[in-house]
Design a protein around this ligand. Structure first.
Ligand code: 5GP
Ligand code: ZN
Length: 120
């Protein structure tokens, strides 16, 4: 099975077919700025291999998810989030329609920076 879904917008970003403003890239994770930021800092982290959502996660994905969680603070502070505890950031994984997911390629939102934010 292919690692990419030809109809998936985030797969196209991973493949470089759609440009993005990159925050981080390694062998299995890409992070890029959200095109419609809700907060002064707002970027997304995605696995390079297509998977629809957190609902499909199994034991084989725990290392990748752990790496994304460990990357979140590093990238958040690199992108300008203020130090904890006065600053900090929010990590969100929308999953399915009831979870408010619009793009069906697993992604982790990281929001931060001084409030007010547009949403959230
Ligand atoms: P969801 O609602 O699925 O959790 O969030 C999808 C996010 O992807 C939204 O915040 C939206 O702004 C962002 N997004 C959608 N299309 C693109 C795109 O082509 N490029 C970038 N950088 N972000 C996108
Ligand atoms: Zn995809």
């Amino acid at each position: 099975m292919s690692d990419h879904d030809p109809d998936c917008i985030f797969c196209k970003i991973v493949e470089g077919k759609i440009p993005s403003s990159k925050v981080h890239e390694d062998d299995e994770i890409l992070a890029f700025h959200d095109i419609h930021p809700w907060a002064p800092v707002h970027f997304l982290m995605v696995p390079k291999k297509h998977m629809a959502s957190l609902a499909q996660v199994g034991p084989e994905h725990t290392a990748m998810l752990g790496r994304m969680m460990a990357l979140a603070p590093k990238l958040a502070f690199q992108e300008g989030c203020r130090p904890y505890p006065q600053g900090g950031f929010r990590v969100v994984i929308n999953t399915g329609d009831d979870g408010g997911q619009e793009v069906h390629h697993l992604h982790v939102h990281v929001f931060g920076g001084p409030r007010p934010w547009t949403k959230g």
